[in-house]
Structure formats: structure tokens, C-alpha cells
Design a protein around this ligand. Structure first.
Ligand code: B12
Ligand code: SF4
Length: 498
């Protein structure tokens, strides 16, 4: 079978699409990836010409919720221009909202899809029908037909490596579809392609109400984490860093890398130092960040860790976000990171309609206790379909309140939100002064000025310093990563600056 896979992420780091592509190529099928990093309606004309010349048997598109409107217009275009070519939708949005996607897709693949797509390919080659393939959802005569789910892949080691720069890639660039070459690849890959992205496990020990994991753990009736062996992870890293020696940073995207056992980490670290020996970054929950693990990982090059505080209100964390992490535990984890020279990148969710101002004040008070310096990543709360929080919100405020199409960095410019933003960069006494006097004109004027100066000038410097510290004060390495990041950050800062 010949498949054309379309990615709608702004960068090339699309694990789902890369895994499917690699699985098809491994089994001798033909597959191409088309990266459409900009959601430009003018792509339709070159897309038609591209499909005309590439002549795929099927077009597949994987997307998140915020990409769904664009996916819908591409799907409608493909089906209208090429009625004989099925349009297959997959990824997180089609998984949580298959019926909506069947308005424009011929069929939807639910959840993990390497095996589903391979079965589609084998059957297409053999001229067999696709109707009873597990995980597929279709509409026959307006009736939704949902096939049973296949089990999750237990042995992740058997999957081919998704790779850095996949073969047979194309990109929509300056109104044309071009074969991907190294210069374009760097342009559309974060850190100019100097970071390798990898996943060593699938699943998360938590099931936060705002996250897709709350949906997936219900869909599959399990919260089980599936792990690759350290040996397999190292083999992938060795293969890609040998092919692309310009890779200087390893970005590990597991939902919670620190959920691996101590034995797993020890084995990983041993070979990592020997074969890879580059700084790396991970995500973790505060509960999994222990002294023993952070120590082992720091010795192997752990540069920074991303962790969620989300809210400093324990009521909100427990009753609304379903995260049973005390503030004390969170602050302890940040202290451990600091103690071992690992830079901290902490997530906070703003604009939660379940929160009152006093809850955000509690968040500020926790932020005041985190050892400086650290970096915050602020998100405006988005209600994704299928999540537990989406349902809570629908119940509280009705359908309209749950619109997911918004700029997730663009939080409301309230006094407390702005104060959250600058909290890592002002002394605790000033933070408390501003909290206590927040209703006064003086405090409001002071905050407006501080916010302006900090966002424009101090934040970038602090970001640079954290990177430098994470990379053990290696200036050359820091510059190589920081300069490309800087371009992206300026864009993001401008988007979120009020
Ligand atoms: C790694 C990751 C990223 C990476 C890479 C994204 C990617 N798509 O690969 C980066 C850092 C770029 C990223 C960014 C964002 N992310 Co993100 N990310 C993840 C994360 C943690 C893992 C995804 C992953 O790679 N899993 C491993 C692969 C193998 O699984 P997969 O992607 O699901 O792919 C499988 C299936 O979905 C399916 N599939 C996928 N594509 C296709 C295509 C076809 C044709 C078919 C048939 C099947 C199929 O088969 C794949 C293989 O089994 C998920 C959370 C999670 N646990 O899933 C969030 C998640 C996808 N991200 C999310 C969000 C919101 C974002 C952001 C918008 C903002 C944010 N808050 O971070 C940004 C957007 C970036 C931008 N600038 O526009 C949400 C999406 C929610 C939604 N309903 O849309 C998720 C689900 C987390 C959450 N909050 O619940 N993210
Ligand atoms: S810890 Fe992170 S990845 Fe895990 S369920 Fe919560 S938000 Fe999702």
C-alpha cells in the first residue's frame, strides 16, 4: 500500500506520524510524510497537485484538537477532489471525537495505531475489505460503526525507531510542497534540529482531569505504563546520533520519565554515559522525583526537568484536577532539583473558572517558596473533549464554555496572572507586598512596570542562565541551543505579552 501521512504540527516532532511511517516502511509498504507546519488555506492547490502526482492509496492525517478545524478543511478537500482515495483520521482528537471527524474523514483509527495501519496496508494489498479492522470507526448509512479495540502494544521494543529526519518527507514551504532537505528540516524543527526527541514509555501513573490520559485510561480501562528496555532506548539514540552528529541535546518526552524503576534508570545511565554522553531533559510528576533518581540522572547529564504545579490550591489540585500532590511535596521536589544542579521548568495552569482569586494567591504563595532561579510555563486552561474536566465544565457552564480553539499561551492579563508570571524573578518580600496590596493603585502601577521590564529583558536572561546551569556552565553548548530557541521564544513571548 502507498500511504500519504499529513502532519499539522508547526514542527517536525510528530511522534505518532513518524512511528506509523517507520512501521509501514519496515514492512515494505510505501509511505510519505507531508509536514504542513502552517495552517494556510492556500495549501489546498499544491496539495491537490501533490496527491495527483504521488497517487497514494490512502491519505492519513493525525491531529490534536486545536488542529482539528484545519484537518477538517483538508479532509473535505481530499474527499471532494479524490473521492476514490479514503481519508483516514487518527491521533488524539479523532480518538476522543470520532463522530465529529467522520463528517469529513472516511474512517477514524482510535488510539495507538501502528498495528491498525499495518493491517489496513496488508488488507489493501491483498484486496480484502477493511470493515472489521479493530480500532476503526466508520459511518455506514449514517450509522456509527465502532469496531472493538485491539490491546495496547505490550512489547514496545518491537517497534521500529521513529527517527530524526524521516525518509520520504515533504514540507509545505512558501506556498509549495517540496521534498524535505536538511535546511528545511532545520527550519521546521525546534532547536534547529540539534535536539533528538524520544519516548521511552507510553502511559502515565497519573490521570489528571484536564489531560488526555484521563480519557485514555477510561478507553483502555488501564493506567498501566508500558516501557521500552533501556537497551532499546540506547540503541535508538546511538543510531540517530551517529547518523546526525549535530544532535547535542536529548529531549525525552515520556509523560513521566522518572516513573521508571531505579534498576531501569541505573541500566540506562550506564550505557547512556558510555554511548550518548549528551545533556538530556525529562518530564516528571513531583511524586516520582526522588533524591536517588535525580542523583543518578544528573550524573548522566540531566540538564532540566519539567514538572507540573498546576495550582497552588490543594483543593483545586485534588477536587478539580484529580492530582493528589501536596504543595509540600512539590516544593520538596523543586529543592531536590536545585540541590543537584538540575534546572526546573514548572507548569502552572491559569484562567480556571473553578478557581477563585484566593486560589491563585495560594499558587503565588507556593511559587514564593520554590528555590530560585526557575522557569515557569504558563497555560490558559483549555477543556479538551473527552477529558473528565471537559465533562465537569459542561455540567457547570454548558457546551459553549468548553471551546478548545484558543491560544493556549494567551492567559488573561489580570493582576494575579501577571504576578504569577514574574514571580520567579522578584524577591519573596516584594511578591508578598504585591499580593497584600493588590487592590491598591500603587501596587497595580508597580506591577505593570515590573511586568513590562521582566518579560522583555529579564526573562530571556534568566532562561539563558537556567540553560547554562543545566548544561554545567558549558557556554558553547548553551549558545548552540539557546540561539535557535531564542527565535521561537521571542515569537511565543510576543504572543503571550499583555
Ligand atoms: C510529545 C507531546 C508533544 C510534543 C510532540 C507532539 C506530537 N504530536 O507528537 C510537542 C512538544 C511538540 C507537543 C506540543 C503540544 N502539545 Co502535546 N503532547 C505530547 C504527549 C506528551 C505525547 C504524545 C506522543 O508522542 N505520544 C506517543 C505517540 C506514539 O503517540 P501519539 O502521538 O498519540 O500517536 C499514536 C496515536 O495517537 C495514533 N496516531 C497519531 N497520529 C496518527 C495519524 C494517523 C493517520 C493515524 C491513523 C493514527 C495516528 O497512532 C500513533 C502511534 O501509536 C501528549 C500526551 C500523551 N500522553 O499522548 C501531549 C498532547 C498530545 N499534547 C497536547 C497539547 C495540547 C499540546 C500543545 C497544543 C500545547 C501544550 N499544552 O503543550 C502543544 C502544541 C504545539 C504547538 N506549538 O502547536 C494535548 C492534546 C490534547 C488535544 N485533545 O488536542 C496532549 C494529548 C496532552 C494533553 N494535554 O492531554 N506535544
Ligand atoms: S501527570 Fe501530566 S501527563 Fe500525566 S496525567 Fe497528569 S497532566 Fe497528563
Amino acid at each position: 500500500m502507498k500511504l500519504l501521512l499529513i502532519s499539522l504540527l508547526p514542527t517536525t516532532e510528530n511522534f505518532g506520524i513518524k512511528y506509523i511511517h517507520a512501521s509501514l516502511l519496515q514492512q515494505g509498504h510505501q509511505s510519505a510524510i507531508l509536514f504542513v507546519p502552517v495552517h494556510d488555506p492556500q495549501v489546498k492547490k499544491p496539495l491537490r497537485a501533490f496527491i495527483d502526482s504521488y497517487r497514494p492509496d490512502m491519505v492519513g492525517c493525525g491531529f490534536m484538537s486545536y488542529e482539528a478545524p484545519f484537518a477538517s478543511s483538508l479532509g473535505a478537500e481530499v474527499r471532494e477532489s479524490f473521492p476514490h482515495i479514503p481519508f483516514l483520521a487518527g491521533g488524539i482528537h479523532p480518538t476522543v471525537a470520532p463522530e465529529e471527524c467522520l463528517e469529513y474523514a472516511t474512517m477514524v483509527a482510535l488510539g495507538e495505531s501502528e498495528e491498525t495501519v499495518l493491517e489496513i496496508a496488508h488488507r489493501t494489498d491483498g484486496g480484502a475489505g477493511l470493515d472489521d479492522i479493530r480500532n476503526l470507526v466508520k459511518k455506514d448509512a449514517r450509522v456509527l460503526k465502532r469496531n472493538p479495540l485491539r490491546p495496547l502494544i505490550d512489547d514496545l521494543d518491537k517497534l521500529p525507531f521513529p527517527g530524526h529526519f524521516p525518509p520520504h518527507s515533504y514540507v509545505y514551504h512558501k506556498h509549495a510542497i517540496l521534498p524535505m532537505h536538511l535546511r528545511l528540516f532545520r527550519k521546521y524543527t525546534r532547536y534547529d534540529g540539534k535536539a533528538y526527541n524520544i519516548i521511552s514509555s507510553r502511559g502515565c501513573p497519573f490521570s489528571c482531569s484536564y489531560c488526555c490520559n484521563s480519557f485514555l485510561s477510561r478507553l483502555y480501562a488501564t493506567k498501566r505504563i508500558r516501557r521500552r528496555s533501556p537497551h532499546n532506548v540506547i540503541a535508538e539514540l546511538r543510531s540517530e546520533t551517529e547518523k546526525f552528529p549535530e544532535i547535542i541535546l536529548i529531549n525525552i518526552h515520556d509523560d513521566c520519565f522518572l516513573a521508571h524503576s531505579r534498576e531501569w534508570h541505573q541500566e540506562f545511565v550506564k550505557d547512556y554515559k558510555k554511548w550518548i554522553n549528551r545533556p538530556f531533559i525529562v518530564r516528571s510528576t513531583p511524586l516520582h522525583l526522588t533524591e536517588e533518581k535525580i542523583k543518578i540522572l544528573k550524573e548522566a547529564g540531566l540538564a532540566w526537568v519539567t514538572m507540573g504545579l498546576q495550582s497552588g490550591s490543594e483543593r483545586i489540585n485534588r477536587d478539580v484536577y484529580c492530582r493528589n500532590v501536596s504543595n509540600e511535596k512539590f516544593v520538596d521536589a523543586t529543592r531536590l532539583a536545585k540541590q543537584y544542579g538540575v534546572s526546573g521548568y514548572y507548569d502552572v495552569i491559569l484562567d480556571n473558572p473553578f478557581e477563585e482569586e484566593r486560589d491563585v494567591v495560594e499558587t503565588l504563595s507556593v511559587l514564593g517558596k520554590i528555590p530560585k532561579p526557575f522557569q515557569l510555563q504558563l497555560f490558559t486552561l483549555t477543556f479538551y473533549k473527552g477529558t473528565d474536566l471537559y465533562r465537569m465544565m459542561q455540567k457547570k457552564m454548558g457546551e459553549q464554555s468548553t471551546l478548545t480553539i484558543k491560544n493556549y499561551f494567551s492567559y488573561r492579563p489580570t493582576f494575579v496572572n501577571k504576578l504569577v508570571r514574574i514571580s520567579p524573578l522578584i524577591p519573596s518580600t516584594l511578591l508578598h507586598y504585591l499580593i497584600d496590596h493588590r487592590k491598591t493603585r500603587g501596587a497595580q502601577t508597580l506591577l505593570a512596570h515590573l511586568h513590562c521590564v521582566i518579560v522583555i529583558a529579564v526573562e530571556p536572561l534568566s532562561y539563558f542562565y537556567l540553560m547554562l546551569k543545566g548544561f554545567n556552565y558549558n557556554l558553547l553548548l548553551t549558545l548552540k541551543i539557546a540561539l535557535p530557541t531564542f527565535k521561537t521564544k521571542i515569537r511565543e513571548r510576543l504572543m503571550s505579552f499583555h
